[in-house]
Design a protein around this ligand. Structure first.
Ligand SMILES: NC(=O)c1ccc[n+]([C@@H]2O[C@H](COP(=O)([O-])OP(=O)(O)OC[C@H]3O[C@@H](n4cnc5c(N)ncnc54)[C@H](O)[C@@H]3O)[C@@H](O)[C@H]2O)c1
Length: 335
């Protein structure tokens, strides 16, 4: 039996392919390479030592999906393929709804027709919106504040409703802030555009690729004034997907899980740790807050621990060290 991994050439998807291979799973990747380099596939083949099957195509396209089901004995789907930038989704909402929602709908329809038993969705903590009570549990109301967040909420809903009328179980994985790379230094975050997240930018400053870091606000109501987030190692996240394929969901047709560490880390703490790990000075300026940024966000991961038997094992130092190792050998990402 084969797991269809959409977006398997992307950042989280490629690390998940390594974890699936380590767990002895057969995979086929479907990716349109809209945000991934083809050289990621070479890195994956060399890391896993196997000739991975990769289909280039759009995960919304029902003909491509039908062909995949005709060729492979697919019993599970992990759906990473999506656009993922909050500001971009505000500027181009319809492009986000079309890609993220249509791909989930096309895959869910095919999954029901073909009797797929498990569908794992890459969701996000953005579905929660602004949360007053921390840590964030899966039970609070979902009030996404951006078109991107709304697409993830819709994708979750499509799968919950599909699972209610079929034998397919859906696992909705709400990631917090994935960082780091494979410990070999041969796979990491290799985006096509400029990175926007904190850790990649901090590391570029450490590596002399940017002069300074901009910290967006340090007047939040937090111990050091900077914003607090829950960073999780991308390989821990990857292993969470393997757990999600195997877990016994009991009576649940669909189930949401937070994947984070449960630990909140401030921007200043990230900068200090990155400086220690890289042995470089990280120059920064504090600038105005960005509209829409939350002061604090971290996860309650007890449901994933109890039901998926999954817990993040790698700490912030390891996330930063693994990110740094990849950046040092691939300053412009993979070729
Ligand atoms: N990285 C994060 O910070 C983060 C946080 C929470 C949730 N997520 C979610 O995790 C998933 C993976 O994120 P990522 O960081 O690896 O992003 P990524 O952009 O690196 O990977 C997405 C992959 O999907 C492909 N893709 C996009 N649309 C496609 C389509 N229609 N058909 C086929 N392939 C398509 C891209 O080429 C890319 O390889 C996304 O669904 C994202 O929303 C990411």
């Amino acid at each position: 039996m084969t797991t269809l991994v959409t977006g398997g050439a992307g950042y989280v998807g490629s690390h998940c392919v390594v974890a699936l291979h380590a767990a002895g799973r057969d995979v086929v990747i479907l990716d349109d390479f809209s945000n991934a380099k083809r050289s990621v596939v070479d890195a994956l083949r060399s890391l896993t030592g196997c000739q991975l099957d990769v289909v280039e195509g759009d995960a919304s396209d029902r003909i491509t999906i039908a062909r995949l089901f005709g060729t492979y004995d697919i019993d599970s789907i992990i759906h990473f393929a999506a656009y993922k930038s909050v500001p971009e989704s505000v500027a181009e909402p319809l492009r986000y709804y079309r890609n993220n929602v249509t791909s989930t709908l096309s895959l869910a329809e095919a999954a029901l027709e073909r009797g797929v038993s498990r569908f794992v969705l890459s969701s996000s903590a953005v579905v929660y919106g602004t949360v007053a009570e921390l840590p964030i549990t899966e039970e609070i109301r979902l009030l996404p504040e951006s078109p991107y967040g709304a697409t993830k909420h819709m994708c979750e809903r499509i799968l919950v409703d599909a699972s209610a009328v079929s034998d397919m179980q859906s696992v909705l994985l709400r990631y917090f802030n994935p960082v780091g790379g494979h410990s070999s230094g041969r796979l990491g975050e290799s985006p096509l555009g400029e990175p926007q997240n904190l850790v990649p930018v901090v590391m570029q400053v450490a590596n002399g690729m940017r002069p300074r870091l901009e910290i967006f606000g340090d007047d939040y109501d937090t111990p050091d004034g900077s914003a607090i987030r829950d960073y999780v190692h991308v390989m821990d996240l990857a292993e969470g997907h393997v757990a999600a394929l195997d877990a016994d969901l009991g009576r649940h047709r669909s189930r949401a899980f937070n994947l984070g560490t449960g630990v909140g880390t401030s921007v200043h703490e990230v900068v200090r740790s990155a400086s220690e790990v890289t042995q470089r000075n990280i120059a920064f300026d504090v600038v105005a807050r960005r509209p829409g940024d939350l002061a604090e966000s971290w996860a309650d991961c007890s449901r994933a621990a109890a039901e998926l038997r999954w817990r993040a094992r790698r700490d912030l130092k390891q996330m930063l060290a693994d990110h740094w190792r990849f950046l040092r050998s691939h300053p412009s990402g993979l070729p």
